[in-house]
Design a binder for this molecule. Structure first.
Ligand code: HEM
Ligand SMILES: *[C@@H]1O[C@H](CO)[C@@H](O)[C@H](O)[C@H]1NC(C)=O
Ligand SMILES: *[C@@H]1O[C@H](CO)[C@@H](O)[C@H](O)[C@H]1NC(C)=O
Length: 444
């Protein structure tokens, strides 16, 4: 059904790239590439640490200056679980919860897409590799299904009233976070290095292809600054010299849950004047962040919609774009299993199309990545835009999309405990699994 609707929409769209055009498009792109053999951004103006480098204190945009200090502090403040923040506005919180329940489809897609961005940061990616709870398609399907269910509960009951589902889930998740950071802290430097990356002979077996990441990185080298300045600020490249799951990491995860929706609502199918609802939604995430242990000065959403948007744009421009140049096989593996896992119960979710959608959002031209996609993947990519920015304006389509997500979640829940289902997923193989391991491990 979903697939059929996507295909129909794409065909209706005058700009859709149908298979017949693919060859022409590819040729045009290649011609275009040849013409634009301009120097890489690294030597162009405007990049920190390049020709006309910015002074060190200007490396971090104003809106994020406090938040980046969070890299030095553990992510859980130890706040009492039944005490809401002094600044909580209950009415606003409940309005934000109602908005989230009503628009779950948009929120869910924005969150998945945000993970492509968050996994560019080793402080977000490596703990997940370390715990091995989401390193295969099946594990990832289970892990993110649980995540979605818990986050959903935070939109449905009160997180500070003992024994509500929301309250219990806050406690569980804080427990997971404390446990993961403790285990990482206690691991020897060698074990830590070894267990936070997939080596060439990894367990699980490789399922990355290499090509997507390499094309994406080539595009990023042209369209984004190098990541040296980000490295200098976040000091997160060495796993043995990091505070695991720190306040900055937590804040960046708030960005993942709220930033893209607040800043680019139309790109995720939210239309009309929603400023009041989006502001309430930011309040929900400010309060959930507090409940999970984020201190106010690192809280991404405290300060309302306007500040959340400012911070989102700054994270994307100053932190995420340069980090596109650091993608490697670990990133591809973890993002691929994430999207393959989600597509088990959300037909139509496509990895390549979503990576390209992320590049659109970041404003990085992606001619090589685009050319490396199959015609079907390109079709799905253009359909996402048409669906979100066009079709989702129609109330009945919006309702249908939100119901589909709810149905899919119920279906996934029924499968989740079935051993037969588990085996059937684990038996599956993927096209890119059999490609030779790319020789180049890291692109930047
Ligand atoms: C606002 C911040 C955050 C929220 C709302 C959040 C949400 C969640 C949720 C809902 C779960 C439960 C998943 C399940 O039941 O399997 C979870 C588990 C977990 N989270 Fe977070 N998280 C946040 C920050 C972080 C950060 C910064 C990290 C660092 C990478 C992290 C790492 C983990 C880990 C390791 C687990 C245990 C499951 C696993 O090993 O994959 N979380 N989180
Ligand atoms: C929570 O629920 C359990 C069982 O469902 C009950 O035994 C306990 O008293 C409840 N606690 C509170 C604080 O209501
Ligand atoms: C690292 O991974 C190995 C398995 O490859 C495991 O035996 C070991 O316990 C892990 N180390 C830590 C500190 O988790």
């Amino acid at each position: 059904m979903w697939r059929a609707v996507l295909a129909l929409l794409a065909v209706l769209c005058a700009h859709a790239i149908v298979p017949a055009d693919a060859f022409l498009v590819k040729t045009a792109l290649l011609r275009d590439l040849g013409r634009r053999a301009r120097p890489a951004r690294s030597s162009a103006g405007g990049c920190p640490f390049s020709g006309n480098a910015l002074p060190r204190d200007k490396l971090v945009p104003e809106s994020l200056r406090d938040i980046v200090q969070g890299v030095a502090f553990p992510g859980d403040s130890g706040v009492a679980p039944d005490v809401p923040p002094a600044w909580l506005d209950r009415q606003k919180f409940e309005r934000g919860q109602a908005f989230s329940r009503k628009n779950f489809f948009s929120l869910a897609y924005a969150e998945s897409l945000s993970l492509l961005i968050n996994f560019l940061f080793p402080g977000e990616l490596q703990p997940l590799i370390f715990t091995r709870r989401s390193s295969t398609v099946y594990d990832s399907y289970k892990r993110y299904f649980d995540t979605v269910a818990r986050v959903k509960s935070w939109y449905e009951s009160d997180p500070w009233t003992p024994n509500t589902t929301a309250y219990n889930n806050i406690a569980t998740v804080r427990g997971y976070h404390l446990d993961a950071s403790r285990r990482m802290r206690q691991a020897s430097p060698d074990a830590l290095r070894l267990n936070t990356t997939f080596g060439p002979h990894s367990d699980p077996p490789h399922i990355w292809s290499g090509a997507t990441v390499e094309r994406m990185c080539e595009d990023a080298r042209e369209g984004a600054c190098p990541s040296d300045a980000v490295d200098a600020v976040l000091k997160d490249r060495d796993v043995t010299k990091r505070v695991h799951l720190n306040q900055f990491d937590m804040s960046l995860t708030q960005f993942a849950f709220s930033g893209l929706i607040a800043t680019f609502p139309e790109r995720f199918g939210l239309h009309g004047n929603l400023e009041r609802e989006l502001d309430a939604f930011c309040h929900v995430w400010a309060a959930l962040g507090y409940a999970l242990g984020i201190q106010d000065k690192y809280n991404f959403n405290l300060g309302g919609l306007a500040l959340t948007r400012r911070r989102t744009r700054d994270v994307l421009e100053h932190f995420a774009k340069p980090r596109l140049r650091t993608v490697n096989r670990d990133w591809e593996h973890m993002t691929r299993v994430l999207f393959e896992g989600l597509s088990l119960y959300n037909p139509g979710v496509s990895y390549e199309a979503s990576v390209l959608y992320m590049m659109d959002l970041l404003g990085v031209a992606a001619p090589r990545l685009t050319a490396s996609l199959t015609p079907t993947q390109r079709l799905v990519h253009s359909s996402i835009g048409v669906f979100m920015e066009g079709a989702m304006r129609v109330p009945s389509i919006r309702t249908w999309a939100n119901q589909e997500v709810a149905n899919n979640l119920r279906k996934a829940g029924r499968n989740a405990d079935s051993q037969r289902y588990k085996e059937s997923i684990e038996k599956r193989s993927y096209r890119y699994q059999f490609l030779p391991t790319p020789s180049r491990y890291q692109c930047a």
